[in-house]
Design a protein around this ligand. Structure first.
Ligand code: ACO
Length: 431
């Protein structure tokens, strides 16, 4: 017996039954509720899509109350501990873990697409050295579209596959070139003998060593952080990729839109803000006063709270353990001590407990990235490298979903009614 929602429209006195499927009603069913014959029917009004499912997705599952995150059914904790980032990238897209043959072929494909067209180096060299790296990344990824015009053929599975492989392979190379450009250092080409994460660190940090090997703790940390950031269902940047991709533009342009969304301080920029906050506090002894100030309304405890997680963000637990490993390798840092003290005091304070404010993934990631010597402005670029895998899995799922069309929200018009044009300019209007 299907479930229904009984609704009575007091404007007309009519009653309707709206089918409930998967805990949702279809907004289109509201169109049955017309106030006057022939009008559009009832709209649902949901600014910021706080309570609207825009798709059916089989990729990522989150239960914010219980602190659960799974990719394709696999708990994030197990993937972070046991999988490689490329295994996760494959899993996100294909829905199943790869066989050895599939994995080897995928790693081969990714490895052999890490190089970028030489003209892209010229393109990047045109930016000022102090340009924000996210701005450079967004432009460079959008520019990739011009190198691969055949990628517009998004319904050809071969073209779609090669575009996805190219993006997962080339975004770390572009990111590393941007890093070198910021530092005024020569670009380092990919080393195809290295793993995905270590090759990235090599392109970032290699100087004159004939063979670069990164600190193994850093290689493991970057791999785990990439896994943790690879997808997070319908967040702002993923919705941007899906929304822009729904116009059937090529995937480079759609991913560039995701990068633009991620650049925003309310989305990918929080780990920078955590680091700035910790540096402003400056000393563990000042933490209680800082917490009191937050409770008094002066700013927020950055890295705490989440729109979806109302318990400990499962990614934050993993990142906290990772922070210990990294700091054991590079030496304990007073900023980590401040972070631990902030967390200890906040988690025992009724203000934070009653509002269900727990550390989110960004609380410790900035500390790790800084310990690895990445500049603060580069943190979001690292996020973007990882999220490229999730964006592309979501983009392809959207394209192959028969229910999806060009994304086109409605509005409730609150502007002026029709009025005649009356000139307000006193000088020439230029026409
Ligand atoms: N510090 C202090 N108080 C907070 C915090 C915080 N970090 N976060 C929320 N609150 C308080 C609010 O003041 C509000 O209190 P009130 O009920 O007395 O008015 C209550 O908790 C609910 O807050 P909302 O803003 O309604 O919660 P929302 O779900 O909209 O916000 C958000 C979530 C934006 C993440 C928020 O918790 C925040 O600003 N956190 C700090 C920034 C941050 O760490 N962002 C990273 C998010 S993770 C990511 O994007 C990868």
């Amino acid at each position: 017996m299907p479930d229904f929602l009984d609704v009575k429209d007091s404007r007309t006195g009519t009653s309707r039954q709206l089918a409930i499927t998967d805990g949702a009603i279809r907004a289109a069913d509201l169109q049955q509720l017309s106030a006057t014959p022939g009008d559009h029917g009832l709209l649902s009004y949901d600014p910021a899509f706080m309570n609207t499912a825009a798709c059916r997705s089989a990729i990522t599952f989150i239960d914010g109350d219980k602190g659960i995150l799974r990719y394709r059914g696999y708990p994030i904790e197990q993937l972070a501990e046991k999988a490689s980032f490329l295994e996760v990238a494959w899993l996100l897209r294909h829905g199943e873990l790869p066989s050895q043959t599939q994995y080897d072929a995928f790693v081969h494909d990714i490895t052999y697409h890490t190089y970028v067209h030489e003209n892209l180096k010229t393109f990047l060299s045109g930016f000022r050295y102090d340009a924000h790296p996210m701005s450079m990344l967004c432009s460079a990824v959008a520019a990739l579209s011009s190198f691969y015009p055949e990628s517009k053929d998004i319904f050809d599975p071969v073209e779609r596959n090669i575009s996805i492989v190219r993006l997962v392979a080339k975004v770390p190379t572009i990111a590393a070139f941007i890093y070198r450009h910021m530092k005024g250092l020569p670009f380092v080409y990919p080393d195809n003998d290295l793993s995905y994460g270590e090759n990235f660190l090599s392109m970032v940090a290699r100087m004159s060593e004939p063979k670069y090997r990164s600190n193994p703790v850093f290689t493991r940390a970057i791999e785990i952080l990439f896994i943790l950031h690879a997808d997070h269902e319908q967040n702002c940047s993923t919705s941007a990729v899906r929304g822009v991709g729904s116009s059937h533009v090529d995937p480079y342009s759609a991913v560039a839109a995701g990068i633009a969304a991620l650049y925003g301080p309310l989305h990918g920029g929080a780990n920078e803000a955590v680091l700035r906050m910790i540096q402003e506090i400056g000393d563990k002894a000042r933490v209680p006063a800082f917490i009191e100030a937050v409770k008094g309304g002066s700013g927020r405890l950055m890295g705490f709270g989440h729109r979806v997680y109302k318990s400990y963000d499962p990614r934050a637990k993993i990142v906290k353990r990772l922070a210990y490993d990294v700091f054991e390798s590079v030496g304990m840092d007073k900023d980590l001590e401040i972070a631990l003290e902030l967390e200890r005091i906040a988690l025992a304070d009724d203000y934070f407990v009653s509002r269900k404010l727990y550390p989110n993934v960004d609380f410790y990631t900035g500390l790790i990235y800084r310990a690895m010597k990445f500049p603060t402005s580069f943190f979001t670029v690292l996020f973007a490298i990882a999220r490229t895998a999730g964006w592309l899995a979501q983009w392809e799922e959207m394209l192959l979903d028969k229910e999806q069309k060009i994304s086109r929200p409605r509005q409730i018009y609150i502007g002026s009614p029709e009025r005649p044009y009356q000139r307000t300019l006193t000088g020439p209007a230029g026409r």
